[in-house]
Structures are given as structure tokens and as C-alpha cells.
Write a protein that binds this ligand. Structure first.
Ligand code: UD1
Length: 426
């Protein structure tokens, strides 16, 4: 099993260039199916989930090439429509190919997608929306057999502003014969990016980022499109947290400032010193941190659920008690029990996590999901002495040059392969 050995207690200082956004790159790669042509995607993060997305595209008949952070997809020969279970289960975003396959090949066979285990994570909202657009979908022994004879106009009222479902509808509706309206769509920045990409390709999507999205189907798209992915807002919060909590000073270049307003407000209410320039953020700690009070995760523009593991870590360095209420996923505090191996003082009750100031000591822990794993790494960077983080494959799914960035800031982190021991860890 791969693990990180971290020699903590060193202040992280310096600057890094932020990677491209994972959650933007993945639906955009799925949408490259639409034009049956060439899409050049720049600033694609070099991470495992992007690799999985390119494997799916290749398995569907696309030609994919990669040169540093540029991925070129030629979808002219995408004739296949089955995504095998071993690819589907590697990440949640594999479900995003459903909308694209129905749009271009009129059929798809998929199973339940994998991804971080944050709760049940059903796909019922995706399925019912695609059915409203004219798709026939049958679930047989956990596989979905999907057909879209003629797409039709639809007005879809989402019961919850699901990010993935909104993206699937947008992708599928791009080539539909009618006009699809989504009421109560997700409004995350990644939705706006997907709309920008599809529109650049010749699609007609209006209202992305607002409470109503209108997609007018087009007959044809451009055979060539190029697009540059925006920087990753959650990776930005990750490195900001590491800088503050190790007592260092970190500057992040290409920071997506308008997309991290909630976190910037929270950091500043805690008393962090933040300097902003046009596209960079620099952060450091000035003495004791104040409690951030209570944070409630919500769909955008609310506080992002993906940032809450980092706020939990911040809570350990704040005076008094801080509270996180999780409303998006029902099982997103698993990482907190692993953080107990580092001495964290946190109690979970009724989907709320109560965190008190505590001394973080070195320890060993298992990453259970991507952001939780990055929070465990943060604890290891804070603690004096050697710590080990196992299951780091979760971290590989979303962070580009993770060790390289931490090392460049002065951290001591080594990737190591360790045989699983019978006694287990923590
Ligand atoms: C995306 C992000 C993820 C982020 C999440 C919420 C990607 C690749 N992932 O995930 O990092 O944490 O948004 O901001 O972009 N739900 C249903 N039925 C459905 C779909 C969703 O009940 O058909 C529920 C989920 O179980 C969850 C909530 O809706 O409780 C939010 O899910 P959703 O917005 O769909 O998140 P993802 O697209 O999976």
C-alpha cells in the first residue's frame, strides 16, 4: 500500500502555482464526446481522475493524447456505448459520460459510479431528468440500459441542485431537438465552466450560475474547440490551510479568488493575515486564531462541502469551540475519526462536528476519501515528528504534484510502499 511518511512541524513557506480544477476538467472531458471532433483542453490537472476520464474516452473509441497539461480528444470515432464496471467504479464523474453517450450514440450502458465514499450517493436525480428529456432507462441487476430515440423539450425541476445531474442534463440537452429548462440547477463555478466550454463548441446554454438554465438544442457543433480549465478552488484552500497551520506563509498564484469568498471570509474571521492581488492570495497566521463559530455546508453559493475537512483542521488551532454542520453529504465526517490518531478533539453529533482547540501530535491514519486524506496530510505536516498516511491513492485522484508542492514549500514528505501489516493502523 502506498503511504506518505511526513516529518512534520516545519513551517511551509513560499509560493506555488495552482493546478487546474478537477471538478471542471472532468465534465468538460465528458462533453468532448459531443462535437465528434477535436477538443484541446489546456490546464487539465495531471491527476488520477483525469487519467480515468481519458481511459473511458479511449474505451468509447476516442483518440486521446496528452502533453503536459494539455489533453487532446478526437471523438470522431466514438461508436461504443458501454462503460465497463472497472472504469465506472473508479470515480463518481464516470456517470457524466451518460449524457454525452445518449446525445451522440443514442444509447449507453453503465453501472453505479464509484468515487469518494461520502454517503449513499444515488443517481436518481440524473436518471429521472434524462427520462424527462425522452430517455428510456432500465435498471437491471445494478446496470443501467439507456436509450434516447428522440430527445424532447422538457422543463426539469431538480429536487436538489445536484452538480453532477445538472452537468449530465446540460451535456445531453446540447444536441437535443428541443429546449430544456432546468429549474433549481446547481450553481457551482464548475457549472459555469461547463456551459462556457459547450458554448465555445457552438452549443446554446444560457443562465449557468443562476437559478434557471436554458439549453436550446443545436444540430451541429464545431469540429474543433480549445478551452483552458480554471484553477482548482479546493486545492487552493488545501495549501492555504497548510501554510497557516504550520505557522508559515504561503502564496498561491492563479488563485480563483471569486470562487473562494466563503473560505476567505472564514479565514479572515479567524484572524489570518490575507493579502490578495489580481490573481494570487498570500496567507499567514498572526498569533492565536479565533473560532470560526459555526459553518454550514450548502450548495453554491453556500460554504462548499469539499472545504469542510480543512475547516475542521483549522478548528484545532482556534481558541474555543468551532462547529461544522454538513448538509450536503450524510457521511462526510469519516476523516474526523482518523484525525483522532493525531490527537484531534472533535465530537460528531447529528451531522455536526464540534471541534475544540488541541495539540496535534504525530500519528498514523488511513485516508478514506480525497479531501479527508488531504486534511490528514495537513495534520501530519503540523505535528512534530514522523507521521504516516495510508491509502494515499485517494489523494492521487485529485492533487497534482502534491509532494512536489509540499516539498517546494519546505515540507518533508516521502512516498513509500509499505506491505499491509496484520495489526493495522489506528
Ligand atoms: C460534486 C463534486 C464534489 C462535491 C459535490 C457537492 C465533482 C466531480 N464532484 O459531486 O466534489 O463534493 O459536487 O458540491 O464535481 N444526490 C442524490 N441523487 C442524485 C445526485 C445527487 O440524492 O442523483 C445527492 C448526493 O447523494 C449528495 C447531494 O445530492 O447528498 C449532492 O450531490 P451532487 O451535487 O450530485 O454531487 P456530485 O456531483 O456527486
Amino acid at each position: 500500500m502506498n503511504c506518505y511518511i511526513i516529518e512534520g512541524g516545519r513551517p511551509l513557506r513560499g509560493e506555488i502555482n495552482l493546478q487546474g480544477s478537477k471538478n471542471s476538467a472532468l465534465p468538460i472531458l465528458a462533453a468532448t464526446l459531443l462535437n465528434r471532433g477535436v477538443s484541446v483542453i489546456e490546464n487539465c490537472p495531471d491527476i488520477k481522475d483525469v487519467e480515468t476520464a481519458t481511459e473511458i474516452l479511449k474505451a468509447l473509441g476516442c483518440t486521446v493524447s496528452k502533453e503536459k497539461n494539455r489533453i487532446t480528444v478526437d471523438s470522431s470515432n466514438c461508436g461504443k456505448y458501454i462503460i465497463k464496471e472497472e472504469l465506472m467504479c473508479k470515480m463518481r464523474s464516470s456517470v457524466m459520460f451518460l449524457g454525452g453517450l445518449l446525445a451522440v450514440n443514442k444509447q449507453a450502458v453503465i453501472c453505479y459510479p464509484g468515487g469518494c465514499c461520502l454517503g449513499e450517493r444515488p443517481i436518481d436525480i440524473h436518471i429521472s431528468a434524462l427520462k424527462a428529456m425522452g430517455a428510456s432507462i432500465y435498471e437491471i441487476y445494478g446496470s443501467f440500459y439507456c436509450l434516447l430515440d428522440k430527445g424532447k423539450s422538457a422543463e426539469i425541476n431538480l429536487s436538489y441542485p445536484s452538480v453532477g445531474a445538472t452537468e449530465n442534463i446540460m451535456i445531453c440537452a446540447t444536441l437535443s431537438k428541443g429546449r430544456v429548462v432546468i429549474n433549481n440547477p446547481a450553481r457551482e463555478p464548475e457549472i459555469v465552466e461547463l456551459a462556457n466550454f459547450i458554448n465555445k463548441m457552438g452549443g446554446n446554454i444560457k443562465g449557468a450560475g443562476t437559478e434557471k438554465i436554458i439549453i436550446k438544442g443545436v444540430r451541429k457543433l464545431k469540429k474543433y474547440v480549445s478551452y483552458t480549465v480554471e484553477p482548482d478552488r479546493i486545492a487552493c484552500i488545501t495549501y492555504m490551510t497548510y501554510g497557516v497551520l504550520t505557522g508559515g506563509k504561503v502564496k498561491i498564484n492563479n488563485a480563483p479568488l471569486t470562487n473562494i469568498i466563503n473560505e476567505l471570509e472564514a479565514f479572515s474571521s479567524m484572524g489570518c493575515k490575507i493579502s490578495l492581488s489580481e490573481n494570487s492570495v498570500e496567507i499567514e497566521r498572526e498569533g492565536k486564531l479565533n473560532s470560526f463559530g459555526k459553518i454550514t455546508t450548502m450548495p453554491y453559493p453556500g460554504f462548499p462541502t469539499d472545504s469542510q475537512p480543512f475547516m475542521c483542521l483549522m478548528g484545532t488551532a482556534c481558541e474555543g469551540e468551532s462547529v461544522i454542520e454538513e448538509t450536503v453529504f450524510e457521511n462526510r465526517f469519516v476523516y474526523a475519526s482518523e484525525l483522532r490518531n493525531f490527537g484531534i478533539n472533535a465530537v460528531c453529533k447529528d451531522n455536526k462536528l464540534y471541534i475544540s482547540e488541541c495539540h496535534i501530535k504525530n500519528g498514523k491514519a488511513y485516508a478514506c476519501d480525497l479531501r479527508g486524506g488531504a486534511a490528514l496530510t495537513g495534520a501530519a505536516l503540523m505535528a512534530e515528528g514522523e507521521s504516516r498516511i495510508y491509502n494515499i491513492e485517494h489523494i492521487d485522484r485529485g492533487y497534482e504534484k502534491f509532494e512536489e508542492n509540499i516539498k517546494s514549500l519546505g515540507g518533508k514528505i516521502t512516498r513509500y510502499y509499505e506491505e499491509e501489516s496484520a495489526e493495522g493502523i489506528g
